[in-house]
Design a protein around this ligand. Sequence first.
Ligand code: GCU
Length: 387
Amino acid sequence: LVVMFSLQTLMAQNYDESKVGNYRLPELLKTQKRKTVSTIKDWEKIRRPEILNLFENHVYGQVPKDFDDIAFEVTNLDKNAMDGKATLKEVAITVTRNQKSVSINLLMFTPNKAKKPVPMFLVINHRGIKTMDITRQNKDGFWPAEEVIEAGYGISGFDVIDVSPDDKVKFREGVLNQLYPEQLEMNNGMRALGAWGWGAARAIDYFEKDKAVDAGKIISVGHSRGGKASLWFGAQDKRVAITISNESGNSGAALSRRNFGETVERITNHFPYWFCPNYQQYANNENKLPVDQHMLIALIAPRAVYVASAAEDLWADPKGQYLALTEAQDVYELYKVHTNLPAEMPDVNEQIIRPHIGFHNREGKHNMTPYDWQQFIQFADNYFKRH
Ligand code: GCU
């Protein structure tokens, strides 16, 4: 009994602000050689590549960029979808390396009223294909296609199962076994979250060829585990104009050193296959991490980033996500983008829109909802007016 009790105490997550404790974040603007970074040049030439490397080697694993061939085939086209309001396309994206291939089924709607190529929301979807019902019989608020089309944007997505199934064992099926088996041998090799972002990058490869899409205005969206993948993807791929993280929490937008909600120990225990094996060593050892998650957000700068939280989703630590965002501002400042976020997290349902940075903490539970999407659209409207 005593043993069980102490085990449970060990595993329990903290939800008490007074028990968060003190922590010191790794310095964003100090290079490994202890040089202070104060110019865009030093950031782009030295510090940014260093931080990218640290995330590859210690958290998510590297993301291979090479393959032999990529082919796009439109397998379904309906110019009269949504009662004539939208065009539906299904695109089979087939990527080949060393004679083996993987196919991603990309789903997309674009608004028919658009007079020019549209900005495109791209969802890294771990909730299954049913949430993106192309017949639109099932209108899931997680992927509110009608509202997005009405607002003049395209909406798209793919099921992560096509690249790396969200499963402890099966995650290897897909790009890891087929295209990059050597990654599985490496302690800093790609795993599921990296693979999902890799899939999103292939979707952008397609958008660059589709005249209905403005490939300079891609908005990456992910919820929770998908939000972690979206941030890691947006951090690496400069073709992403706006990176959206919805309630990504631990190993996403939330600071790992804050002892609040989910921890590195809990996540690496339950979801080891999301991260590279090296990440395991930071379980109950966050202070040894050479990075924290504010540095992931900073890699996105000066491109736009939006972090959404939900007030009842304490597991994802809304305050920890907000603090990470405020810490990342220093890099935006290097680019003369003045974001001036308030030091305190804004009230529930109060949206913060700054040039290049957005945030809200919606009332309610862990989910991605039409309310969240309305905020994303407002933010994108505002950002694309200037970019
Ligand atoms: C679990 C996991 C989180 C993750 C979430 C989700 O709760 O612990 O890290 O974000 O699932 O993807 O919904």
